[in-house]
Write a protein that binds this ligand. Structure first.
Ligand SMILES: Nc1ncnc2c1ncn2[C@@H]1O[C@H](COP(=O)(O)OP(=O)(O)O)[C@@H](O)[C@H]1O
Ligand SMILES: [Mg+2]
Length: 300
């Protein structure tokens, strides 16, 4: 059973813009996959559909989360809320409640799991508070638990958002350009945390990124979108500048350029080698894992 399975997903906005064009995608449990593409290629639209925040065109299509459909043929299923509990969504702009404490923001992750009376009184069981403090410790900001979210730096807020996904006990994290608003050092920390959620907690991670070098550094597999189509799905390591040029033409520059305040820690030359301590030894072979490595028919 796949963590995420997408079949024939298309999305046309009311202005006629076709943002997603017959997307087929499978992500296995425990994978950490990058979603890349120039701005406007459909990354956010795709992630929002997977989370059930948006519905596809009313043609035959399906998105299933851990074996359960979340939307079919342009309609959300009735149990959408229950299925969404397995998904933690991380936004570029953090989406914390500014006036609440960091701890309260993280506890929001537990809300959907708690009985109704807890939700309306906002009284959290001790076990949930312990879990949220542990999660904040894990992302390295336990000492800020009592501070208002607004007082944290962008990187710290994003780490709180990851702690919230942990407290939610999400099994899948969808992160939409989570580091686009961050400086290189904060970006590295947030990506490290995402990797920890993947490795240490077994969460499936699908993260959209603007830059290929980060994808190569953190994600074994990359799915590349161009104009709403999957133009590449395969090992991140194979995404050389030459291949990107072939896939994207002039748009390739947008995916390769260094951020203004570039940092050596984020350069592709420093990509970490495969970790021998990673227990992911019975991972499927690339042939099994990827729908296709590079299908020229999709480049048209
Ligand atoms: N609500 C909307 N209404 C109309 N067009 C939209 C809407 N949202 C996104 N689009 C268009 O869909 C395409 C894909 O957008 P998006 O998914 O935001 O791309 P990305 O996240 O890769 O930058 C773009 O052309 C964008 O302008
Ligand atoms: Mg986007």
């Amino acid at each position: 059973m796949e963590a995420i399975r997408i079949e024939r997903l298309s999305k046309t906005f009311s202005n006629g813009r076709k943002a997603l064009d017959e997307i087929d995608l499978r992500v296995a449990p425990g994978e950490m996959v990058a979603l890349i593409g120039a701005s406007g290629s459909g990354k956010s639209t795709l992630l929002r559909h997977i989370a059930g925040f948006a519905v596809s065109d009313p043609q035959p299509s399906r998105i299933a989360i851990l074996g359960r459909p979340i939307q079919e043929n342009g309609r959300l299923v009735r149990e959408v809320r229950r299925i969404r509990r397995d998904i933690g969504f991380v936004f570029q702009q953090f989406n914390l409640v500014n006036r609440l404490s960091v701890e309260a923001n993280v506890l929001i992750g537990a809300l959907a799991r708690l009985p109704f009376w807890r939700r309306i009184t906002g009284r959290f069981p001790r076990s949930e508070r312990a879990l949220s403090l542990a999660a904040l410790g894990e992302v390295g900001i336990a000492e800020h638990a009592r501070e208002r979210a607004a007082t944290l730096s962008g990187g710290q807020q994003q780490r709180a958002a990851l702690a919230r996904a942990l407290v939610q006990r999400a099994r899948i994290v969808l992160a939409d350009e989570p580091i686009a608003s961050l400086d290189p050092e904060s970006s590295r920390r947030v990506m490290d945390m995402l990797r920890n959620l993947n490795r240490d907690h077994g969460l499936t991670v699908l993260v959209s990124l603007h830059q290929v070098d980060i994808a190569m550094q953190y994600c074994p597999r990359t799915v590349a979108l161009r104009r709403g189509k999957v133009v590449y799905d395969g090992p991140s390591a194979a995404l050389t500048p030459a291949l990107l040029q072939q896939l994207y033409g002039d748009e390739a520059r947008e995916l390769l350029e260094e951020p203004a305040s570039s940092d050596a820690a984020l350069s592709p030359q420093q990509a970490t080698p495969p970790d021998p301590t990673n227990p992911d030894t019975d991972a499927p072979s690339p042939q099994q894992r990827y729908a296709f490595a590079l299908d020229p028919a999709r480049l048209a």
